[in-house]
Design a binder for this molecule. Structure first.
Ligand code: ZLM
Ligand code: CA
Ligand code: ZN
Length: 373
């Protein structure tokens, strides 16, 4: 497998932001990931870059002026007043007006925009921004822990150069914000794998497949609890292979939300680190420019393990990496085994039991067969 030029975006300030006591989203996991990547000596094998922070103006390529103006000035103290008593812009406890929220967003979005620029200028084959992947953010409001849609901003940057961009989302939640942004265009195909049924945000059925010119260019793969590596691969590979065949993307953006891992605090799938990373390996071998983004992931030690391993996959060195974790700043968090692994658990896979996975795959492939050649 040929070597690839990898650009890795990281801002040392990102780990210090906090959504507030008890909030499941912890920016500190980005720092844990970076520490582990560093302990594995991967930093000198790639271009490590601090992203330029996104300005309010660049954010308005997708978001409304009014929302960006709000986000740029809101503080914990003024939130009540500026949200008109919680009726606009933010979504209750999911999206608190935490200290430094705009700066956090500018780092996250700056990383994804910079990653896209690094790809379009031809300086990298793979670009990584683990602080990105915040797929729920809407044009005029925050949603589901996401304020600025760094993914949409990154894809818009890619569209300045490339005719077609494929977005793939393996976060346990539906990638609704990205789907909505590109719902009526045939230049971006979105494909989300997610838990569906009494689960946030509640969208992403296979009936939702795009509108007007974008009809059939939004692909949804709704899943049930407990999906394992094998079952996931058996739907991911054929659907993505078919998309690559009919859509022929110039670049791929993969949202690597880690709440699809076994044992996640909010997720309900049963993927191992290897099963999750298989998606990265599969896309890397297609030789199409690739952007890897973060996303969800609420059992932070497993997030750090998996995004570290996926960084190794991007570099093509995953087979050389020691399964015993090297000493690092957060070593004790990784006990009792101190290994680079996320094992599966004994939950039942409700997708396979009733053959629902076969139906979902068949429906997705049938939709894709309607894309003109
Ligand atoms: N309540 N605190 C995934 C985004 C999932 C909406 C139900 C809030 C939580 C959750 C927040 C400490 C991605 C919903 C939940 C309680 C209305 C969601 C703050 C616990 C807490 O203890 C908590 C005060 C909080 C939020 C749980 N919220 C779990 N699930 C989802 C949003 C984001 O992974 O896809 C990408 C990054 N929200 O279910 C409620 C309906 C708010
Ligand atoms: Ca998803
Ligand atoms: Zn999620």
């Amino acid at each position: 497998m040929s070597k690839k030029r990898v650009a890795y975006y990281y801002d040392g300030d990102v780990g210090a932001f906090t959504y507030g006591l008890g909030h499941p989203m912890k920016p500190h996991r980005i720092r844990m990931t970076h520490d582990l990547v560093s302990a594995y000596d991967m930093l000198d094998k790639m271009h490590v870059l601090r992203p330029k922070r996104a300005t309010p103006e660049t954010m308005t390529a997708f978001h409304t002026d009014e929302y960006i103006h709000f986000l740029n000035r809101v503080t914990p103290e003024t939130a009540e007043e500026l949200t008109y008593h919680g009726t606009r812009f933010l979504m209750g406890e999911d999206n608190p007006a935490f200290e430094g929220v705009f700066e956090f967003c500018s780092i996250s979005a700056g990383g994804s925009i910079s990653a896209a620029q690094r790809i379009t200028c031809g300086a990298a084959d793979i670009a990584i921004n683990w602080a990105g992947g915040l797929h729920h953010a809407k044009k005029r409001e925050a949603s589901g822990f996401c304020y600025i849609n760094d993914i949409v901003l990154g894809i818009l940057e890619l569209l300045r150069t490339y005719p077609r961009v494929l977005y793939i989302d393996i976060d346990c939640h539906h990638g609704d914000g990205v789907e909505e942004a590109f719902y009526t265009t045939d230049r971006v195909m979105t494909c989300s794998f997610h838990k569906f049924g009494e689960y946030f945000p509640g969208t992403g059925t296979q009936e939702d497949r795009g509108r007007d010119k974008g009809r059939n260019y939004a692909v949804n793969v709704p899943l049930k609890d407990g999906i394992t590596d094998e079952a996931f691969k058996n739907v991911f590979e054929p659907v993505i292979a078919k998309i690559l065949e009919v859509f022929r993307p110039s670049a791929v953006v993969l949202q690597c939300g880690a709440d699809s891992l076994a044992g996640d605090k909010l997720g309900c799938f049963n993927l191992t680190m290897q099963g999750h990373a298989h998606c990265v390996q599969f896309l890397r071998q297609q030789n199409i420019p690739l952007i890897l983004l973060g996303g969800g992931g609420y059992t932070t030690k497993n997030v750090a393990r998996t995004w570290t391993y996926e960084t190794a996959c991007a570099l093509g060195i995953e087979n050389e990496i020691d399964q015993n974790l090297p000493w690092n700043e957060y070593f004790e968090w990784f006990g009792p085994r101190y290994r680079l692994e996320v094992p599966e658990n004994n939950m039942e896979d409700l997708n396979v039991k009733d053959g629902s996975l076969d139906k979902v795959r068949a429906t997705a492939l049938q939709q894709l067969s309607q894309i003109p050649c």
